[in-house]
Design a protein around this ligand. Structure first.
Ligand SMILES: [Zn+2]
Length: 186
């Protein structure tokens, strides 16, 4: 077992590296990890931590949003859509297009002022990987811009308030057969 993350940066990187591993396997349609997937994760984690690699920008995520069929990113419904802040604006979530996703009225009001991870945890669901990827990138960008990456996780309660809690970022994922890349349109 790898040692648990101790800083904001380690938490973000652990989550992102696990995402990359799951994305590689699911992208092939596999139901089990291959050795290469574990290698991808290990290399990414090491290089993101030592600074020889950077997380990718949100360009790919925005491109998917522009080209995919418009549907609620939480349930796949195509009716009664509105723009939803992944990290709620009222908590200080960025008012940028990266933080905006399509949601149906029902999911939007059920989610309310909670952020993606808080709301999904309450529903005992794990977010689709590409939605989680967008979320992690926004969190990473925010923490970098505000100089928070090297804060110890156990000192966060005394830190300036953030629009999210990085400790909610999943650092271990459910088995592959319980993960999806993206919600299936209804
Ligand atoms: Zn919905």
């Amino acid at each position: 077992m790898p040692k648990p993350p101790e800083t904001v940066r380690e938490q973000i990187v652990r989550c992102y590296a696990n995402l990359a591993r799951a994305h590689a396997a699911l992208g092939r349609g596999d139901h089990a990890y291959r050795r290469i997937d574990h290698m991808i994760r290990a290399k990414l984690e090491r290089r993101l931590l030592d600074g020889t690699m950077q997380m990718r920008s949100l360009y790919d995520d925005e491109r998917i949003k522009m080209t995919a069929a418009q549907a609620c990113c939480y349930c796949g419904d195509a009716d009664n859509l509105c723009a939803d802040h992944l990290i709620p604006k009222m908590r200080g979530g960025p008012d940028a297009s990266d933080n905006l996703v399509w949601a149906c009225r029902s999911c939007n009001s059920s989610k309310g002022a909670r952020d993606l991870l808080q709301w999904m945890a309450a529903k005992r669901q794990f977010p689709p990987l590409l939605l989680l990827r967008r979320y992690v990138k926004i969190v990473a960008r925010y923490c970098e811009a505000h100089g928070l990456l090297d804060l110890p996780l156990d000192g966060l309660d005394g830190a300036p308030p953030m629009p999210f809690d990085v400790r909610w970022l999943p650092t271990s994922f459910p088995p592959l057969d319980r993960l999806t890349l993206w919600v299936r349109p209804k």
